[in-house]
Design a protein around this ligand. Sequence first.
Ligand code: GLU
Length: 300
Amino acid sequence: MPNPESPSPNPGVYRGRFAPSPTGPLHFGSLVAAVGSWLRARSQRGAWLVRMEDLDPQREVPGAARDILATLAAFGMVPDEPVVWQRRREQAHDAAFARLRERVFVCRCSRSDLDAHGGLHRGACVARLDPARAPAWRVRVDDRDIGFDDLLQGPYSQNLLRDVGDFVVRRVEGGYAYQFAVVVDDADAGITEVVRGSDLLDSTPRQIFLQQLLGLPTPRYLHLPLVLDRAGAKLSKSTRALPVDRNDPLPTLRTALDFLGLREAARTPASTPETLLAVAAASFELGAMRRKSDAFAALE
Ligand code: GLU
């Protein structure tokens, strides 16, 4: 159900999404990504979707997915369509993987095998075939630049052969890799614009490369500045980031809006997160957002 106080969605035009991994409760950095993607979707009168990226059972924390959804709702963000659970999309992943058959190869190179080669896999396997090690499928990359114009960060490009190497798209024991699943799932959901943290800026050329191999459209990208902690490190679920308090969402929502450059909206009187978000969506402007530099946010 759309939020009653938001402009009504116009899903034919804009479809955005928030794609958390259930590795812990929502922390401030992920809240900023959620709010940024929600605001951008609403300011475009578009649809906002949620996909739970639960492909890695070893990193999943039991209960975290439900907890994240409850926290989003407490902050006034309810997806316009049913939540997509990535683990249930195996058939779609299998079908797309089959289409990559010509480009993927089985590889048993470990990180330490690749260390002697600049950490990158370029064309040929360097490990002796060790049948005890579970293989992965890598996709063979091209020696060409893949670039895009990020709506906030500007032009960005990588030569995949030089900068990334042949990358893993599927592990025998871990299922499909994030880089692969995200491409298939965003395309199937008809996502027109991806708004997420700039820690994923350098994953984007790999994703565009896979879109090109699979004949899928490339969405627009907007990478938000990262929230840093006082020591200048990225807040992440695997470090010491504190979960946001869903019993008292308004102060944290104001801090998130402030971080996104919406200073006036952040200070507008409001008694519910829904009202505050609706005010923020009405005044949302890309130009107000910080560029490039990642920023510290006061978290008290
Ligand atoms: N699941 C990823 C994460 O939580 C985000 C993926 C994306 O937005 O493309 O970091």
